[in-house]
Design a protein around this ligand. Structure first.
Ligand SMILES: [Zn+2]
Length: 66
């Protein structure tokens, strides 16, 4: 689905970083090390890092069936 705006655990805004993370490190689009990209984005806590690492954009796949 769409990337969550805030971290579920601590509430830090993470949605604003999705486009840059996707362009630089997400599979098949960027080839940088995800660890370094997350460090550059200022996401230090692992609760926030997992929000982007584990995200997959499925909104375009699911939306025709809603
Ligand atoms: Zn967090």
């Amino acid at each position: 689905m769409m990337v969550p705006v805030r971290c579920f655990t601590c509430g830090k805004p993470v949605g604003e970083h999705w486009d840059e993370y996707k362009a630089r490190a997400a599979t098949q689009e960027g080839d940088e090390d995800p660890e370094e990209v997350l460090d550059d984005l200022g996401l230090d806590r692992y609760c926030c890092r997992r929000m982007l690492v584990s995200h997959d954009d499925l909104v375009d796949v699911v939306s025709p069936y809603q």
